[in-house]
Design a protein around this ligand. Sequence first.
Ligand SMILES: [Mg+2]
Length: 138
Amino acid sequence: MAATKLEGVRKILVVEDDPFLSDIYNTKLKQTGFDVDLAMTGEECLQKLATNKYDLMVLDIVLPQVDGWEILSRVREMRQQKTNPNVEGLKIIILSNLGQKEEIKKGLDLGANGFMIKAHFTPSEVAQEINKALGATG
Ligand SMILES: [Mg+2]
């Protein structure tokens, strides 16, 4: 049974509008053993969060239309108003080219569990950080 096979496999949503980067993270995270889903826009991300439950979301900030800040605000609102059980235990790691002190603070204040600057981490290191973030609560 396929469902049994996937038991215990962590589901990761990668929100990244750059197809090249998206592909790299997808490949690396699958190699690491994660079940990976991709969203190329903020809209797509919100649609996926409405219908799927993920263990962790890797979130870009600069996205067309609905950006990462907006997504963080919406997720926080869903949590406060308890309108989407899918986001209850969702871990969020921002993976962005932004990285000014104020931006990092803003991300964490909006509910992200971590903030990684793209240029500072290889895809393998991103996978390690995801493992760490998920391991923290089992
Ligand atoms: Mg982007």
